[in-house]
Design a protein around this ligand. Sequence first.
Ligand code: HEM
Length: 444
Amino acid sequence: RPVPEVPVRTRKGRPTMPNDQAAAPPALVAAPGPAEHAGGCPVRESRTPDGTMGWVVSGFAEVRDVLTDPRLTSAPSTLAADGSPDPRIAGLTALGLPPETHHYFLNAIVDLDPPRHTRLRRLVSHEFTARRIQLLAPSIELITDRLLDELPDHRDEFGVVDLVEHFAYPLPVAVICELVGVPEPDRHLWSDWSRNLTAGHTERLRTATPALVRHVRELIDRRRAEPGNDLISGMLQARDDSANVGPDSGPDGGPSNAAMSEDEMVSMTLILVLAGHETTAHLIANGTLALLTHPDQLALLHQDRTLLPHAVEELLRWCGPVPSARLRYADRDLVLRGVHIRRGEAVHPHLDAANLDLRHHDRAKRLDLTRKRAAQADHHLSFGYGIHFCLGAALARLEAAIAFGRLLDRYPGLALAADPGTLIPGDRPVGWELNHLPLRLGRI
Ligand code: HEM
């Protein structure tokens, strides 16, 4: 990933069953979890691999504070000394992204601070409202059903199918293509690019990335000539009225700076793949594994499908796919919960540990699909919090609800075909990132 990660102490864990014990996902076991901050240490010193000082933040309230603290910047380049290179460039180069494409990633919405972030977010947010996303439901159902229909064909000689490869992974990228307005025959460009990123195929990315950028520009040209009902058409039409006043106004007071530039549209579409593909894929895979290792909870869902939206929230909390938000950097010397943090030091908000904070949730380690919650923002921080709250949250929620619902309808006898402990890759410091989820489909 473009920014160096702060290492945390690791200990391997495995899902426990049945659910009458306090079942802790490995993410909790590995992260500086509730046990540690119950001991009074929700802000702990750590170091990045390059030796830079950093701080791990792990309590629910503390992570929420960090994600809304204006003294912490998401754009480390603003802190770099004049003339020194942006620290993220080395990461992008290591990924295999060619230099001429770096600016799309360096100016990604998630790495911007206000006012640039505010303007860009305002220009796209109407495309991601729950009501707008709900219009995609029929297409998501169609894509989901098609993939589920094909599952039996992918069984090996032992009758086992890999849910990650044949369902969890292809579904979200197809949905993003639907959202963006990518025609069917071109969709392989997007899934190949994403797969190359995941697999670390740097050589392929060197040619595939400029090709994808050219492809997005062609889509923009096409939609400029013939607007449709998709994200690209929406971005082309978007105007930020608030930008018409103040220093960003055009010379005639008109909306010259209000519309999105073509570079901004390209950056946004590439970031959607980065932000929305693997995350959603891992939620589907993690959630399926969690349900199959907690038969009591699975039975609840089989009895009552109206539980699905709650189930998605609880799965996001218990085995959310994004263990930590992006690093934030102190833009001045500051004090956070009594801890002195110096300008330039990194702060690492641990979402998974926050979600399992015993001070915030009763029996936090327990997966409980019927868990009561006062408000969504109090249930979990898996979509982050504050100005960078996940833009695709409504889409991820809808997609996960459709995926789990249809999967259980279609294959009620679904069963794990491997010891769950062997499925959690051990080379990752925190969180679950299943590479495979071997399943038997049951009687079909
Ligand atoms: C931001 C999680 C799916 C697009 C974020 C952040 C988190 C997150 C934690 C905030 C990062 C930070 O503050 O450092 C997730 C999870 C997902 C998911 C758990 C699936 C289960 C999606 C999808 C899309 C998407 C499907 C779009 C197709 C974005 C974008 C941002 C973002 C564009 C940046 C928003 C901003 O900076 O204003 N996501 N995400 N995400 N997410 Fe998601």
